[in-house]
Design a protein around this ligand. Sequence first.
Ligand code: NDP
Length: 481
Amino acid sequence: MQNIQNYINGNFHNPINNEWIDNYNPSNGAVYGQIPNSSKEDVEQAYQSAKSAFKQWSHTSFEERSRILIKISELLEANLQRFAEAESKDNGKPISLAKSVDIPRAASNFRFFGNAITQFASESHESVGQDAINFTLRQPIGVVGCISPWNLPLYLFTWKIAPAIAAGNCVVAKPSEVTPLTAYLLGEICNEAGLPKGVLNIVQGLGTTTGQAIVEHPDIKAISFTGGTATGAHIARTAAPMFKKLSLELGGKNPNIIFADCDYDKMLETTVRSSFANQGQICLCGSRIFVEESIYKKFKADFVQKVKQLKVGHPSDESTDIGALVSKTHLEKVELYVKIAEDEGAKILCGGLEVTVNGYENGYYFQPTIIEVQDNVCRINQEEVFGPVVTIMSFKTDKEALVLANDVKYGLSATVWTSNLNRTMQFSQKLQTGIVWVNTWMMRDLRTPFGGTKASGVGREGGFDALRFFTEPKNVCIKYE
Ligand code: NDP
């Protein structure tokens, strides 16, 4: 059994109420450990620890903060295999993906913000004619809350924590209750890197109790949250009367728009990845595929053929393309959406069923699924499935493609495949999303603003945007003679 504890003030603790939650291994459906079912009291203990650490940490030089963050990054890299195995076991994702994406990116998050903080400058404005100069102090907020989801567990957890502590804040953080393991292991790494006690506190537990207690805490002044849109709305309602600063990265239903003039082979290969990477459980996956009519038939045949070749298998098998879904509940949700699509009259071109992997019969495996739809108003095209399910439909004109792409409540990302520069610019300007990829997908430069519009969120993470979120700007105006 792999039991884990809370990480508070640099030490590992059982929950005060001594209540525990089972942790499941998605690859075989078995309980393999327990995690704290933390209460308000644990969150309070974490808050007090963070508060005590803040005085010193907020005055620690940028060089020293940077040195520690980069050390954490190096230690994550040195422990790549161990962390990747833990992530794969906890989440069900292929070990190859955890090794090549999740853990390296978590390490990059610490390295990037360790460097970024040394370059973070504030503005000054000389008020010519008034003999005054203004400058902006950017001060850490104090104790902040970071809450992350299960799909890219350590990757998204550290994407929040690294800028928060780089900017001089102390953190009370909660990973998803279904993927708690790598966050727990991170505590050990932080101690080894010499992160002062209390700068980072990790409280494990349920969203509705532990997470809610973080959001409700009157002295945790900012919340950085990534998760579902409904949870984001609930958090916004809870936090609003306390005027907390909020960064909300929420759901997506992203269009992948394919024109006949694109580099076809590159598009096809990337579209398989943008549809099914991480079992389709990435907020950026292109789940609505719109294809120009002249190549629709060919694309449909080629895409189905390629997707049928994907290997659904045990996450620890290096040759697995599609691992297990994260939980039984999630598997049931995905199945339900396929049924909804069928009931709506859509056509399942491939997949649509659970998979039994030999030796792991109780695991949560599902076939990569392509559904052909006739319109964009059906539920399967409007609601986030967040699994290995994509839809395809054809379009005739640029105008029609743009209407289809924007006709959804979400606005996280979009991908456009074309070699036409004018079209590239038209779509870049008119797509109602926070991110547009042209002829690529999920290519990330950590300096760029990351986030969504509409129901996909509020605020931007990444680069200096994240450091701005985690600091409070104060204008100082000095009059001189
Ligand atoms: P949830 O919204 O269910 O949960 C996200 C986190 O919030 C978890 O840690 C959860 O804990 C916690 N939580 C749940 N309820 C509350 C509450 N009342 N107060 C405080 N915290 C709470 O999302 P999922 O974990 O299911 O993640 C999938 C969603 O995340 C998808 O919609 C996906 O699109 C979105 N996402 C968005 C990204 C973006 O950058 N825009 C990136 C990745 C995912 P617990 O797990 O214990 O319930």
